[in-house]
Design a protein around this ligand. Structure first.
Ligand code: ZN
Length: 321
């Protein structure tokens, strides 16, 4: 393992970003793994911790026939302050060819220093401070390689969406570097189940793309078909309420299934929220209090055009008391 600090400078500002490099330095076969692009997404940072620990085992590193570069906390300032952004800039909207501030310079230097010549890039995120997301990848439409990478990571759900301008996934596509964005959990809680699945998937990824001289032994459960989620709908609260959930993240739900119960203490009113369609539980609040105008849950469907807007038609609200 070789450690280095990437020193990024813009005008008089400077920041150091830690980088851990494993295997054959400057190999033409290269995997770049990112965590903490958003400083408040601790699950991605937790994934990088385990990957670095795994690769630091000399028996594993000796088997590598490629280079693996790990940046466990890209947004060092955001992590320090527990904020998503870096100096009020989103580091996953700051990729450009002409950096105009320190945030864009960070993205520029990471891209040109490590990602531009990479074979693959894995970018680990979570839902941030308030929500938990089911474990899934995010892929561009009609991209068989990203589907294949998702399957190699043993991930069962993917959200098909067009990456926005300035995102690493869209910027890297111009250089033909496949970037798989992986989301898992959130709410500032480490999601151990997802972490275990991701580390198993990472080992399978190394096997699938022959990053090791010998395949490593892993026990994989039966592999199910990848579920491609095409759209998601949110249920927003009109008033601050206590929310009790009757489903779990990732659960397949049926039409008319009870999702959550909402209690508004000021009027002693209780409501049941039911799904009007078959779908999957995509996100839940990490806390059982959700404030007015915030989202209580997302349901994702494996059909229809991509749509992230709220759609009351998908939820049925029944007043109980
Ligand atoms: Zn993120």
């Amino acid at each position: 393992m070789r450690f280095e600090n990437l020193e990024v400078k813009f005008n008089k500002e400077e920041i150091k970003i830690p980088v851990f490099r494993f295997g054959k330095i400057n190999s033409s076969k290269r995997l770049v793994v990112l965590g903490g692009v958003h400083g408040n997404e601790i699950n991605g940072i937790g994934v990088l911790k385990e990957i670095i620990k795994y690769l630091s085992n000399s028996k594993v590193e000796d088997l590598l026939n490629a280079e693996i570069i790990c940046l466990p906390v890209v947004n060092v300032l955001g992590f320090k302050n527990f904020t998503r952004r870096f100096q009020n800039q989103d580091l996953n909207r700051s990729y450009s060819s002409n950096p105009s501030d320190l945030a864009e310079q960070i993205c520029f230097d990471i891209f040109n220093g490590y990602i531009k010549d990479a074979t693959f890039c894995l970018d680990f995120h979570d839902s941030g401070s308030n929500y938990e997301l089911l474990l899934h990848s995010r892929i561009a439409p009609n991209n068989p390689l990203l589907v294949e990478m998702t399957k190699a990571m043993l991930i069962k759900h993917t959200l098909v969406r067009k990456a926005k301008p300035g995102m690493l996934a869209s910027f890297a596509a111009n250089s033909n570097v496949p970037v798989l964005t992986i989301e898992s959990g959130g709410g500032a809680r480490l999601h151990d189940d997802y972490l275990k699945k991701i580390i198993l998937g990472f080992k399978n990824f190394l096997n699938s793309y022959s990053f090791l001289n010998n395949k490593i032994q892993i026990n994989i459960d039966e592999i199910s078909n990848l579920i491609e989620l095409k759209t998601r709908f949110k249920y927003k609260l009109s008033a601050t309420a206590i929310v009790k959930y009757h489903v779990q993240l990732g659960q397949k739900i049926k039409k008319a299934q009870l999702i959550c119960t909402i209690y508004e203490p000021s009027t002693a009113s209780e409501f049941q929220i039911l799904s009007k369609k078959d779908g999957y539980v995509f996100s839940l609040s990490a806390k059982n209090i959700v404030t007015a105008k915030k989202t209580a849950c997302h349901i994702a469907l494996d059909c229809c055009d991509y749509n992230v807007n709220s759609n009351p038609e998908i939820f049925e609200v029944i007043k109980i008391t």
